[in-house]
Design a protein around this ligand. Structure first.
Ligand code: SF4
Length: 148
């Protein structure tokens, strides 16, 4: 993998290995979301997908996620709509919008520690779907926070 490929390639030009490595693993896209039917505004909740490990913020079955959770969104550079579900801090959104990766990104720091420390991931901040919460009662704004 070449260094800083995200500065020289578009998402479409990246190899699948590069594309995968661009994901910071924040887990924010694994939170349930609500769309306001009248305004089309998107809201994040802190209710986690059933595959999300709430402690680490990682998917517990990443390779099988699409078969186990049919509405899991696949980020696809050719599918504009797939980006609508991503938080502002998402690396795929950042690169697509011509923004640099944040200083806490694991590709720059070598680990997820700084991301977790700055609370840019869902680790330890979500509630499980199985508790049966209503989506609207669990709307939160912290997934929308972005930091350079
Ligand atoms: S929000 Fe983006 S960077 Fe974070 S886990 Fe999801 S796809 Fe990866």
């Amino acid at each position: 993998m070449s260094n800083a490929f995200w500065q020289t390639k578009t998402l479409e030009q990246m190899t699948s290995e590069e594309f995968e490595s661009l994901c910071d693993g924040c887990g924010k896209c694994c939170l349930n979301k609500v769309i306001d039917d009248d305004t089309d505004d998107l809201y994040f909740t802190d209710i986690a997908c059933r595959l999300l490990d709430s402690k680490s913020g990682a998917c517990r079955d990443y390779s099988n996620r699409f078969s186990l959770v049919p509405d899991c969104v696949k980020v696809d550079p050719a599918d504009e709509e797939s980006f609508l579900w991503l938080p502002p801090s998402c690396s795929y959104r950042r690169v697509r919008e011509g923004r640099p990766l944040p200083s806490w990104h694991p590709l720059l720091t070598g680990s997820k520690a700084q991301m977790h420390k700055l609370k840019m991931s869902v680790a330890g901040r979500s509630v499980p779907e199985s508790r049966g919460y209503g989506l609207v009662e669990r709307i939160v704004s912290w997934p929308l926070v972005d930091r350079d």
